[in-house]
Ligand binder design. Structure first.
Ligand code: ZN
Length: 342
């Protein structure tokens, strides 16, 4: 009999940081990790015996592509905590600042290229029909690494999808890669010389307040357009959550890969325990995998590998995906063509 947490409650489908709740929720479940928790051969044995694998990816997956994680040391944007900017309240108060933040992230994501971690996950998807990848990243790099869309759930949306901020208007744009998106956001698409700070990242460079009338507007109702990403305090797409629930409930999940995330943003983090059955192993892959907070959450079948996902994933998944080719990809059909839909 598989034991899983009950379905995530409606109220917890809103994107939130829940460090303390997670701590309370799982403190009673804590068992020390087994002796082989960082043994590669033991992990490979588990991997090759796994038919259904779920991955939860976070910003650490894209870190070696040069994109900041916006948690920990890189968490500030100008002098503001990034999690304060990614909210409906911030957009209501200062839509110009929020748009500059997202325009800058669009520009950075367009300049970045997928890394070996993204390509390894794509190869896993192509070799294992029972693999589903949940990503909290909005940078489109998994899509650009040709990850099959049917095996990818971008839980927090995409920087390159735009929608109307008017809840009564259904206007959307998919995969808009214009850079800058709008003349008013040209500063975010600037590439200063290497020895000069970017004016958007330099807090001593004052930003002029941008009136709402200067920002991208909906062609149908004239309200402000906004990035189609899930801000803190907003619900995730219900259809997507339902599809993930159904996938998890379909059969036992053998392995859960937790990649480049501290797994404290709800509801994504809840899927780790929800997918856990009696024989499931959870493997944590990130530079902080052996920190006490993570070790405390581990159980005897779990694994933890410390390091960069772009380095570790090709090694960890090698028994299934083989070695990458000279160009760093796994098969000739893999490309890094920018932004092939979302
Ligand atoms: Zn509209």
């Amino acid at each position: 009999m598989v034991t899983r947490l009950r379905k995530i409650s409606h109220t917890s489908q809103f994107r939130q940081c829940f460090d303390s709740i997670l701590c309370k929720k799982y403190s009673t479940l804590t068992v020390a990790p087994g002796k082989d928790y960082k043994n590669l051969a033991a992990f490979h044995k588990k991997l090759t015996g796994s038919k259904r694998i779920l991955a939860l990816c976070g910003a650490g997956l894209s870190a070696s592509s040069g994109l900041p994680t916006f948690r920990g040391a890189g968490g500030l944007w100008r002098t503001r905590n990034a999690t304060e900017i990614a909210t409906p309240e911030a957009f209501e108060t200062d839509p110009g600042l929020v748009w500059l933040f997202y325009a800058y992230r669009r520009h950075m994501a367009l300049k970045a290229t997928p890394n070996l971690g993204h390509f390894a996950l794509t190869a896993l998807a192509e070799n294992l029909p029972g693999f589903l990848c949940l990503t909290q990243n909005v940078d489109n790099l998994s899509i650009r690494a040709a990850h099959p869309p049917s095996q990818l759930r971008p839980l927090h949306g995409s920087l390159f999808n735009i929608k109307c901020s008017n809840p009564h208007c259904s206007y959307t744009e998919k995969n808009n890669t214009s850079d800058p998106l709008h003349p008013s956001l040209a500063l975010a698409a600037l590439d200063p010389a290497e020895d000069e700070p970017h004016p958007l990242l330099d807090p001593s460079h004052a930003l002029e307040h941008m009136p709402a009338a200067d920002l991208p507007a909906c062609p149908e109702c004239k309200a402000l357009l906004r990035p189609d990403v899930v801000w803190y305090g907003e619900p995730l797409d219900e259809d997507m959550l339902t599809s993930v629930d159904e996938w998890i409930d379909d059969a036992q999940v053998d392995l859960v890969l937790v990649i480049g995330t501290s797994a404290v943003v709800w509801p994504a983090a809840g899927y780790i325990e929800r997918a856990r059955g009696r024989k499931t192993s959870v493997v944590t892959i990130n530079p902080e995998a052996e920190k006490p907070d993570n070790l405390r959450k581990m159980r005897k079948r779990d694994f933890a590998f410390v390091g960069d996902a772009a380095v570790l994933l090709p090694q960890l998944l090698e028994p299934i995906i083989g070695k990458p080719g000279k160009n760093g990809t796994y098969k000739s059909k893999l490309t890094s063509t920018p932004n092939v839909g979302c």
